[in-house]
Design a protein around this ligand. Structure first.
Ligand code: NDP
Ligand code: ZN
Length: 361
């Protein structure tokens, strides 16, 4: 039964992905005498944490009950008072915790507080599943930089367009919809000015029943971005342009007048490392990179990514002139290529979705 209740908490947390940033996704279930007396999920930064929601529902039935929570209860004052205190006050007698807090400043402190108050604490139940939900958040908290996912949709020979430039659509509708879901789950989505000029994308999540549209970020050294681009005119989400010392002041002013946030770096080149630090400072915890080929190459060569999502269509395009998902210089020696580990592989319509994680060893 313990797995059963923790799974319920995990399922709730999983379904809030994309709506809690910069906070983690957390679910909580309170059980007394084999009956669920409270459930809760953290729904939005600034609102009640999962434990408080569940305690609020359980009221006096929390006394002597067991709590199942996907992440270690917080022990410090943030935007809301510490959950560990609320758990103690409510008289919970046992707490199952799946993931421990990765934040080095608070790790273990919530558990310590509960134990000091005489509450029995069990950690690690379904830890792998729970860690997976907050992989991006854990990375952000421990590095100060967003978790980076490189997403491509290509033929089985890795092409993203034909030699005549035709790219719509390589993958089918189901795969594209899955890609929209991926956008919804990220704080920001990034492409190069090359893609903006060629494709004029809108980079929104387009989920049928609404959803979160991430901030749209364009890398543009000299501000070549056309003022009539969808990213500027559609106002469907925020657009940020990252530029350099080579950008003209007048162009910056003009873009700002159109409601675009222009972030000018001091250097004449956009270093991916610096970019990620700047985005981290702006509370972007997860970044979905949707190329094109040159931008993908920059992330590849600097090794600044954690996950690769590839939607592969059952097509072969071939040809030297047709664009590849990774272009630019590439990596000259095999020994220097990043090592990836296949996490999952699933058919989506007639395409196949592959998820790889970068191995840090
Ligand atoms: P990109 O979108 O990769 O943009 C490249 C441009 O971005 C560069 O030329 C550069 O222009 C600017 N840039 C600024 N800083 C950097 C940096 N640090 N690293 C790399 N680029 C930087 O353009 P591509 O031409 O490579 O690819 C465009 C093609 O990709 C399109 O045909 C599009 O259809 C396809 N595409 C396909 C996708 C798919 O999944 N199937 C997804 C996305 C695109 P500047 O020097 O002026 O700043
Ligand atoms: Zn809390």
């Amino acid at each position: 039964m313990e797995h059963h209740y923790m799974k319920l908490a995990i399922d709730m947390a999983k379904n809030t992905k994309g709506q809690t940033s910069p906070n983690p996704s957390v679910g909580c279930v309170i059980v007394k005498n084999n009956q669920i007396t409270g459930v809760g999920a953290h729904l939005k930064a600034g609102e009640a944490h999962a434990e408080r929601q569940a305690l609020e529902m359980a009221k006096e039935k929390a006394s002597g009950a067991t709590m199942f929570v996907t992440l270690e209860p917080c022990s410090h004052y943030g935007r809301t008072p510490p959950c560990a205190d609320a758990v103690i006050e409510a008289g919970i007698s046992k707490v199952f915790i799946a993931s421990t807090d990765p934040n080095p400043q608070v790790a273990g402190k919530g558990i310590e507080k509960l134990e000091k108050a005489g509450i029995e604490v069990d950690t690690g139940l379904m830890k792998e599943e729970a860690d997976e939900i907050n992989r991006e958040f854990f990375h952000f908290i421990s590095t100060g930089k967003p978790f980076v996912t490189l997403k491509t949709a290509c033929s089985i020979d890795g092409k993203i367009a034909t030699s005549t430039g035709e790219s719509k659509w390589i993958t089918g509708e189901e795969a594209r919809k899955d890609g929209y879901r991926l956008r919804h789950e990220h704080d920001a989505i990034l492409c190069g000015v090359g893609t903006v000029i060629e494709d004029n994308p809108s980079l929104t999540a387009r989920l049928e029943d609404g959803g979160n549209n991430p901030v749209r970020i364009v890398l543009d050294t000299r501000l070549r971005m056309p003022l009539d681009s969808n990213l500027i005119t559609d106002k469907l989400a925020e657009t940020w342009i990252i530029t350099t010392s080579l950008a003209e002041k007048e162009k910056i002013n003009e873009l700002e007048k159109h409601g675009v946030y222009v972030l000018q770096l001091e250097s004449s080149h956009i270093s991916i490392d610096q970019l990620l630090s700047v985005l981290g400072d702006k509370q972007i915890t997860s970044l979905l990179v949707e190329g094109g080929g040159k931008v993908n190459d920059s992330f590849l060569r600097t090794g600044q990514f954690q996950r690769v999502v590839k939607y592969m269509a059952p097509l072969i395009i071939g040809g030297e002139k047709s664009k590849s998902s990774f272009s630019g210089e590439g990596i000259p020696l095999l020994k220097d290529t990043p090592h990836l580990k296949l996490h999952s592989m699933e058919p989506i319509g007639s395409d196949t979705k592959f998820v790889f994680y970068k191995r840090e060893d």
